[in-house]
Design a binder for this molecule. Structure first.
Ligand code: HXC
Length: 257
């Protein structure tokens, strides 16, 4: 692997990206951003990959953007470099992604998890947007995605006080789909990824697109968009196979076409 701060492993049609900057609790500096986004985009282009899992360490998914790197910057530095902009590309991957969060997911770490499609938490997970305590605000979409995920009440409290949420609160609030014991997190995330990767890739991509569209448009437009995609899946070989397999009472073999 050409990367220093992220480990890349492939297991069949799934890929595992592990943040690997343990001495800084996976703080997201520019190198981490370039490497994670670069690795994820390379996997996204690979037709053999059907799902990408992103995880950190037991102690920290990621403890935020790198405070020491940001400290000396001024407005013009941040503006000219469009600081953090590459992270947006992670949210635009077409391949489904799973965040497996154990330990701290704070600031940019919480935002990184929210850039993924499925969010699974260990019972040790801690989520928050504590930027306000540093005199800044979220910068990788946290004020928007957290609000859409958990609603204004909790998002406002978290962003204004910097308090964190444990895994149980995050699940009740709808930030994560499930909480699992920490020692089972990775196995569970990989199992979910394998399930997704076993589906038709183009159809899974369309399902992802359709759900994502709910955050960008009106209900009427969203339903129209879904209907177009629904009609389109009937042009795939995998729709023929999936329905034939059901009728024949056998498991489907998708060809991702
Ligand atoms: C740089 C960080 C870091 C960070 C931890 N470290 N978080 N370095 N940026 N975000 C480093 C520490 O400096 C320390 O390095 C080492 O990691 C271990 O951290 P400790 O603090 O010693 O560990 P612990 O006491 O267990 O506390 C864990 C923690 C705490 C509660 C997660 O590290 C913490 O509060 N971190 C900052 C969380 C945060 O504010 N995140 C939001 C960042 S702002 P040394 O060298 O001392 O051993 C952000 C903004 C996005 O994400 C947009 C803004 C524009």
């Amino acid at each position: 692997t050409p990367y220093e701060t992220v480990l890349v492993e492939r297991k069949g049609r799934t890929a595992l990206l592990t943040l690997n900057r343990p001495k800084a609790l996976n703080a997201l500096n520019l190198q981490v951003m370039k490497e994670v986004v670069g690795a994820a985009e390379a996997l996204d282009r690979d037709p053999e990959i059907g799902c990408i899992v992103l995880t950190g360490s037991a102690k920290a998914f990621a403890a935020g953007a790198d405070i020491k790197e940001m400290q000396p910057q001024d407005y013009v530095d941040m503006y000219l470099s469009d600081w953090f902009t590459a992270w947006d590309r992670l949210g635009r991957l077409r391949t489904p992604t799973v965040a497996a969060v154990s330990g701290y997911a704070l600031g940019g770490g919480c935002e990184l998890a929210m850039l993924c499609d499925i969010l699974l938490a260990a019972d040790t997970a801690v989520f928050g947007q504590p930027e306000i305590k540093l005199g800044v605000i979220p910068g990788i979409g946290g004020s928007q995605r957290l609000t859409r995920a958990v609603g204004k009440a909790k998002a406002m409290e978290l962003c204004l006080t910097g308090r964190t949420m444990d895994a149980g609160e995050a699940e009740r609030a709808g930030l994560v789909s499930r909480v699992v014991p920490a020692d089972q997190l990775l196995a569970e995330a990989l199992a979910v990824a394998e399930t997704v990767a076993g589906m038709s890739k183009p159809v899974a991509m369309m399902a992802k697109e359709a759900v994502d569209r709910a955050f960008e448009t009106t209900l009427a437009e969203g339903v129209r968009f879904e209907r177009r995609l629904f009609h389109a899946v009937f042009a795939t070989a995998d729709q023929k196979e999936g329905m034939a397999a059901f009728v024949d009472k056998r498991p489907p073999t998708f060809t991702h076409r």
